[in-house]
Design a protein around this ligand. Structure first.
Ligand SMILES: [Zn+2]
Ligand SMILES: [Zn+2]
Length: 303
């Protein structure tokens, strides 16, 4: 019965979706399987259990993903790791691969000065910037390359207290990760004084805005979070990597009203949305999810 139901979803989604925004993979939790109703209603379609599909269907879906990549005129990927931190490929390899995948904007975001994983040390930072700057120039006619770093906030406020902000000269943007995972004592307003000191754009990486809203219920919940982002000119990077739940929480959000409310707030406040594959190697990109996230970001940004 389950097998039948899933197969029907594939057929319906393939017919209805413009670029066939489907990524086939084994899901972690059964709750992520969309019901036929969700599949019909959703703008965001993804997620089927591979083992329940027949080979013929799989081939078809892969081809559709290819078409999706080629057909989207402005794919962006703002979250990438190279050998400068915990990635497997060089920056050049990622750029060459992104050009092949039709990605128009590629942002490098190697981890900066964190003990959680290999990262760029403060001493290495200028060399990293230098390398990406020269690649930016070299490839400027083929792809737009942006220089970023990813900062782990987990030891807040120490993680920000210790930053020497003048080091970041030449960087286009910073992604801050994990603020939604900080202890309940953490308040967004405590982050504000540090944000003012960045000269570049700042975005939130793989951050569950709902979770952040719940933690700031007293201040006004999700509305407060979006106001905070607006006030500090912060963008939101939707992470299409299935290692994180925040994207799934959007596309398979059980409460349609809540998600609509969030989108309306983001649009009303003109919060910029980007997409990050968070890839750590060339193969570490889930194309269906990545395309879906780009369509969603494009939709919100265009409003
Ligand atoms: Zn990493
Ligand atoms: Zn990352």
């Amino acid at each position: 019965m389950l097998k039948q139901l899933l197969k029907i979803n594939v057929v319906e989604q393939c017919i209805q979706v413009r670029f066939g925004l489907i990524r086939v993979k084994i899901l972690r939790k059964p709750k992520h399987i969309p019901s036929p109703v969700q599949a019909r209603q959703g703008v965001f379609l993804w997620g089927l259990v591979q083992e329940h599909l027949e080979c013929e269907t799989l081939v078809d879906i892969e081809r559709r993903e290819d078409v999706g990549m080629k057909a989207n005129p402005k794919l962006i990927d703002m979250h990438n790791h190279t050998v400068w931190s915990d990635g497997a490929n060089s920056a050049v390899e990622l750029i060459e691969d992104a050009i092949e995948k039709n990605i128009k904007i590629l942002g490098f975001t190697d981890h900066f000065n964190t003990s959680k994983c290999p990262s760029i040390s403060p001493e290495q930072l200028s060399l990293y910037i230098q390398e990406i700057v020269s690649l930016k120039e070299k490839y400027k006619h083929k792809i737009s390359v942006l220089i970023g770093i990813e900062i782990n906030s987990i030891l807040f406020p120490m993680s920000f207290e210790n930053l020497s902000f003048n080091q970041f000269e030449g960087i286009d943007f910073v992604l801050i990760e994990c603020i939604d995972l900080l202890s309940d004592k953490f308040r967004l307003k405590d982050l504000e004084k540090y944000l003012n000191r960045f000269k570049c754009k700042v975005g939130l990486a793989h951050t569950d805005l709902f979770r952040l809203g719940t933690k700031h219920e007293v201040e006004g919940g999700i509305g407060y979070v979006v106001d905070f982002m607006k006030r500090n000119n912060i963008f939101w990077d939707i992470n299409s990597n299935s290692a994180y739940e925040c994207f799934d929480n959007i596309i398979y959000h059980q409460n349609q009203e809540e998600i609509t409310e969030l989108f309306e707030k983001l649009i009303k406040n003109q919060i910029e949305i980007t997409v990050g594959s968070d890839k750590h190697s060339i193969d570490d990109i889930e194309l269906g999810r990545f395309i879906t996230a780009n369509e969603l970001a494009g939709y919100i940004n265009s409003k």
